[in-house]
Write a protein that binds this ligand. Sequence first.
Ligand code: WTA
Length: 635
Amino acid sequence: MSNYHIKHLEEYYQVYRKSVRNPEIFWEEIAEEHFMWRKKWDNVLSWDFTKPEVKWFEGAQLNITENCIDRHLYTRGDKTAIIFEPNNPEEEAQHISYRQLHEKVCRFANVLKEKGIQKGDRVCIYLPMIPELAISVLACARIGAIHSVVFAGFSSIALSTRINDSNCKMVITSDGSFRGAKTIDLKGIVDDALEDCDGIESVLVAKRINSEIHMKEGRDHWLQPLLDEAYHDCVPEIMDAEDPLFILYTSGSTGKPKGMVHTTAGYMVFTAYTFKNVFQYREKDVYWCTADIGWITGHSYILYGPLCNGATTVMFEGVPSYPDFGRFWEIIEKHKVNQFYTAPTAIRALAKEGVKHVEKHDLSSIKVLGTVGEPINEEAWHWYDDNIGKRKAPIVDTWWQTETGGIMITPIAFCTPTKPTYATLPFIGIQPALMDENGKEIKGNQVDGRLCIKFPWPSMARTIWGNHQRYKDTYFSAYENKYFTGDGALRDEVGYYRITGRVDDVIIVSGHNLGTAPIEDAINEHPAVAESAIVGFPHDIKGNALYGFVTLKESGESRNHDNVRKEINQIITEQIGPIAKLDKVQFTNGLPKTRSGKIMRRILRKIAGKETSNLGDTSTLLNPEVVQDIMDNVL
Ligand code: WTA
């Protein structure tokens, strides 16, 4: 019997050792016993980090939706797969059983086929958190189309960039979305985006807000009538283990977004196995992850991981503050949620509102709490533990990335003793390493360094869509034969890991990764701007907020600064989305630069964070005189 369900710490250590000593035998056992294959693999793993090339379960054939849906039909057909909780609490929640999910996914899959989508085609999904989002993702997987979900908070320009980067043939969207008290015209954003996308042949539109929208003849189709006409069953496409399952974009430190490519078999095995163990999911539990399916957390831990385990997973359309700050707690009470998984930024925002909203609700169903997306500060950790878990529910602080596909460093609930702000121990099969600046691994405990992973794991991204060289350069070039995460970490005296944050030019704002380069590019489009630099600075709720240092052109100096500030944020909103707006904009006479002309962000970061006691040596700068001036005018 394989060790599919780990129940105590001793077992964790024992299984961990096995998974590291003999990864192939270990993963083969897990894959063999707990998944449905059309054909078994010829080879469990082949890898070469110098190319880099990684293949898991090569030769195997499967369809992930058979694992997520069909195989449960006999044993759990009437069990609720997805609970949809609408934005408006007055609107009734929907309970979609595995049997209903099967029919809905099959019908949708047949609509995709009818509109000419074939195995390997890319389909862009730009939808709010409504059931059609989950169903369309699974429908793509059913027929072997590669889904590329774009978070519905991105702007039309960000959307068109992503559509074009992966040559999508179709967009699936809705007439609009509800977000708290607001409605958003999603279809209008799609229309704007598509002016620059020649490859799109059709647009499927789900009805959500019932607004009058423009439908382009021949291109745009209302979804519902097509679903009504479609056949209720669809034979799944048989996929190879390494066929791409989806593309998901993440920000890089430079230039355009990176389309991370995840493949089928390894991703399935790892997300399912981590879900079961990290959250200790049991058959009758109700699990809720508050992420959006537009992010990796939603892909892996709202959809694929839970559904593969036959779980009941909650999908929430709204926001934590609507109609008031008690909404999350109300939903936990209403659906008797057992595992609750959210982000530190949400915890901080809710903690700020005090416990009065919490106290109105019965949270006794909670067994496990989770957090993800950024380091959790000690205060937020304790607030969560005291008030939501009532000190009885372990907090799993899960560290992972879009690129890793699944959870990498984490406590296993009820097994690993937790420690505030620590993601604790590597998950089964994960081999972390801390590296020093000279590229040497730092052994032993009570050390810190740059976090790398030494050995492949099943759900790692295999490439960047259309740019394998960039994949190699970004992740496999900093340290020989290792995957570099971009994060710093420390290891304490018992071997627990604490993630300290990004060491590259990615800034995490409210749990969203933002690359500095695309934001600077946007700012520099303002006609009055000569150059700009973005850094993060500590923010009580968002974790980090963005601080922009902007130098105006001579011709722009006479402009009203407040107006320029507004215009800059307007451009950022148009090019990227409102999540990338700057909290502070300081106008400077120049930016500190090295003699080779590189902007010294390290200095700017310290100034923005008001840590100017130790700026380091500024005398080697090309223009040391600007530093004092910037310090004098800091916001
Ligand atoms: C950060 C989200 C500290 C980290 C799943 C990582 C975390 C980036 C944690 C990936 C955590 C994620 N503690 N930092 N528990 N989880 N991060 O791609 O910097 O949106 O590299 O994936 O978030 O963000 P991404």
